[in-house]
Design a protein around this ligand. Structure first.
Ligand code: HEM
Length: 192
């Protein structure tokens, strides 16, 4: 470690982790809002207009005040960590982590695109598709955290597969719950 000292490194790491938490909280909630926003398509036009305005405002504020600043803090602090400890860059786990972070950044930019489309009223993603899309950052989060915790001894044994199966099970349960709720609402509409 260069002369700046280990304490600075730990400060960078602390703020890096805080940035990650804020970034992911924003990403998860943002796509939830996209789902509710997309589902206003089935509403009565007056209600739809009101909800559309409110969701567009909430999405823009969440993106600009929480999600993007969280991303910037994560990346700036990560740069600090690498400046203090550049040797990490030569290690394969870090190269894999950076590749996944680039993928996550593309997802972040893609969310801007969906936000713009929803605002203009020309988003063709259904609530169901957006729900499935929302599983992607969960998977990235798991693998990135595993890379940084296990580093070069990334586990490929039974425990890893059990964790992955658990996440797939949770994702499928969310989709099935949303589906049964949708069917129930449709039945209610027919009987009214
Ligand atoms: C270009 C982006 C990133 C770079 C260069 C980077 C780099 C680093 C470095 C050098 C460390 C310190 C490792 C150590 O001291 O053992 C670290 C820690 C950490 N990073 Fe990142 N990171 C990035 C993005 C992310 C993202 C997106 C996440 C979450 C999904 C994340 C999660 C973590 C966690 C949880 C730690 C703490 C691990 C521990 O102390 O055991 N990082 N990161």
């Amino acid at each position: 470690m260069i002369a700046i000292g280990p304490e600075l490194y730990l400060w960078f790491k602390t703020l890096h982790i805080v940035g990650v938490v804020v970034w992911f909280a924003g990403l998860f909630y943002l796509v939830r809002l996209f789902i509710y926003h997309a589902e206003t398509a089935n509403m009565d036009p007056i209600l739809r207009k009101m909800f559309h305005k409110q969701y567009a405002l909430m999405e823009e504020r969440l993106m600009n005040i929480i999600t993007t600043p969280g991303m910037l803090v994560t990346i700036v602090m990560a740069t600090g960590l690498l400046l203090v400890e550049p040797v990490w860059l030569t290690q394969p786990w870090m190269q894999a982590k950076i590749s996944l972070v680039l993928f996550l950044l593309s997802y972040h930019l893609f969310c801007y695109r969906i936000m713009g489309q929803l605002k203009k009223g020309n988003c063709y993603w259904s609530g169901k598709q957006l729900r499935a899309l929302n599983e992607l950052p969960t998977l990235l989060l798991l693998v990135i955290v595993m890379l940084v915790v296990f580093k070069s001894s990334f586990p490929t044994g039974i425990a890893t597969w059990l964790v992955i199966l658990l996440i797939i099970f949770m994702a499928l349960s969310i989709q099935l719950y949303a589906r049964s709720r949708r069917i129930k609402e449709e039945k209610q509409l027919i009987t009214e």
